[in-house]
Design a protein around this ligand. Structure first.
Ligand code: CP
Ligand code: NVA
Length: 318
């Protein structure tokens, strides 16, 4: 039997994604009054393996697994044998003997794929250099609870065409959204991801567009989104990136160019006054702390789906 993994946004179909968001809303609404059905991980354990730092992802998965009735096991790579060179395949095989799912934050997507190939339990991408699909689920939940639905909305992402941008492109088009990414030349999202997003959009009504003019991209946006200019692992490029990305700052001018009721989003952690103005992140359009909260609910819904649906069940990995 093959375990059902969530390595990339497209491991969920549009219908699966909507089901996760519906369940996330329901779990959020009854968080303080859960019934027995809200604890599907009773008697099960989930490994949370981190090869990069984390605040939100680590804590929301830890709390989320416990709220689902399960036992979270947080593993810091540097204090385990992975940090001393034990292979990812051996690690996956060993963890599979102890736990019912493995949540992993790592560097290359290929490392995640190798881990999943050697695991007999579901593997969840808790951020790789390529994608951040759990973040995108929480982001869609946040937009949907403010706007009621997702299809046809325009989300404009300003800045680096990174892991967060890739996941917004794929998850957003799965939901029928228009995802516009404005990046400096040379820092655009991968062409292959943009192409994939447009293929998805052909079926859902969504669209993926890469632009270079931030204000032009912001015009008529329902959502303005940004992320750090130098991701984890790119710290030595911070200074050069700070210069190149200046025109892509999410500031008052960008907000004024967008729709009057625009939502402002950032996955956090933020560098205030770099990629986002403090007045904007603390302003009336900002939903950044709802996003952070919804990590908990969206990930609980995702784990419920992956761990309660039969392996190879309907809507399996694509
Ligand atoms: N947004 C996000 O993934 O935050 P952490 O790096 O704190 O987990
Ligand atoms: N793009 C950022 C996201 C952090 C949540 C990074 O990878 O560091």
């Amino acid at each position: 039997m093959t375990a059902r993994h969530f390595l990339l946004d497209t491991d969920l179909t549009s219908a699966d994604q909507a089901a996760v968001l519906d369940l996330a809303d329901a779990l959020k609404a009854r968080r303080r009054t859960p019934g027995p059905a809200d604890r599907p991980l009773t008697g099960r354990s989930v490994a949370l393996l981190f090869e990069k730092p984390s605040t939100r992802t680590r804590i929301s998965f830890d709390v989320g697994v416990a709220e689902l009735g399960g036992h979270p096991v947080v593993i810091d790579a540097t204090s385990s044998h992975i940090g001393r060179g034990e292979t990812i395949e051996d690690t996956a095989a060993v963890l599979s003997r102890y736990v019912d799912a493995i949540v992993v934050r790592t560097f290359a997507q290929e490392r995640l794929e190798r881990l999943a190939a050697a695991s007999s339990v579901p593997v969840v991408n808790a951020l790789s250099d390529h994608a951040h699909p759990c973040q995108a689920l929480a982001d869609l939940q946040t937009i949907r609870e403010r706007r009621g639905s997702l299809a046809g909305l325009t989300l404009t992402y300003l800045g680096d065409g990174n892991n967060v941008a890739h996941s917004l492109l794929l998850a957003g088009t799965l939901a029928g959204m228009r995802i516009h990414v404005a990046s400096p030349p040379g820092y655009e999202p991968f062409e292959q991801v943009v192409r994939h997003a447009n293929e998805i959009g052909a079926a859902t009504g969504g669209e993926a567009l890469v632009m270079h003019d931030a204000l032009e991209a912001a015009a008529d946006a329902d959502v303005l989104y940004t992320d750090v200019w130098a991701s984890m692992g790119q710290e030595d490029e911070s200074d050069s990136r700070s210069l190149v990305f200046q025109p892509y700052r999410l500031d008052e001018k960008a907000v004024e160019a967008a729709r009057p009721d625009v939502l402002v989003m950032h996955c956090l952690p933020a560098h205030r006054e770099l990629e986002i103005a403090s007045a904007v992140i603390d302003g009336p359009h900002s939903v950044v702390f709802d996003q952070a909260e919804n990590r908990l609910h969206a990930q609980k819904a995702l784990l419920s789906l992956l761990l309660t649906e039969g392996a190879d069940g309907a809507g399996g990995p694509r």
